[in-house]
Ligand binder design. Sequence first.
Ligand SMILES: [Zn+2]
Length: 65
Amino acid sequence: MKRNDWIRKSHLFRTDEYVCPQCGAAYEKPYQVCPNCRSQMGKSRYDSSWVDKAESLSAMMDDDW
Ligand SMILES: [Zn+2]
């Protein structure tokens, strides 16, 4: 059975989203089964391509200069 992993999107000013890789639906928490397309889900996966921007931005703001 094919397993899917939530794609976690980090946002600076609101809660993280978990996006279903099958149907693209986004939720505020990782369900075990996607409520939209009923795909069985594994654990969430960190999508670094989405996080990079937010993390570098917060890193800049945390910097002392
Ligand atoms: Zn889905």
